[in-house]
Design a protein around this ligand. Structure first.
Ligand code: ZN
Length: 133
């Protein structure tokens, strides 16, 4: 079951410029940066109430974010919903005919378990599911 929006993922070419925009210009609360090696990205997190904004900068050309930037440029990348159990939710959605990117949960930022649904099954919006460890 989806509990709430956890974060919105935004692809950026340059994380330092992104941090400047979101922290210094827009004035969001800056929570820090992290490298997520599984997806080859550097992440900067910002707090907006209970929701976070996740800026994503590719660390290599093989990163899914590098592919997104090459195809579509910077901007909105995905929406992340918090669920109780990512593995269970992935199975439920697969049973409903949703195409999955991840058949099983993997490690995301902040020690979370994450899994992606395929945008072809979700109205062309990339959906991430997320739960605590
Ligand atoms: Zn995310």
């Amino acid at each position: 079951m989806i509990r709430k929006i956890r974060h919105i993922g935004i692809a950026v070419e340059d994380l330092e410029e992104g941090i400047h925009l979101y922290r210094d210009v827009l004035g969001l609360e800056f929570l820090g940066t992290e490298e997520v090696l599984d997806q080859k990205v550097r992440v900067a997190m910002f707090g907006v109430g209970e929701v976070r904004i996740e800026l994503l900068e590719p660390m290599s050309d093989e990163s899914p974010i590098a592919v997104h930037l090459a195809k579509k440029g910077a901007g909105m990348h995905h929406i992340c919903y918090e669920v109780d159990d990512v593995a269970e939710s992935l199975k439920e959605y697969e049973d409903k005919g949703v195409r999955l990117i991840d058949k099983a949960p993997r490690a995301g930022a902040e020690g979370m378990q994450i899994g992606f649904l395929h945008p072809k099954s979700t109205g062309r919006v990339l959906v991430e599911l997320n739960s605590k460890g």
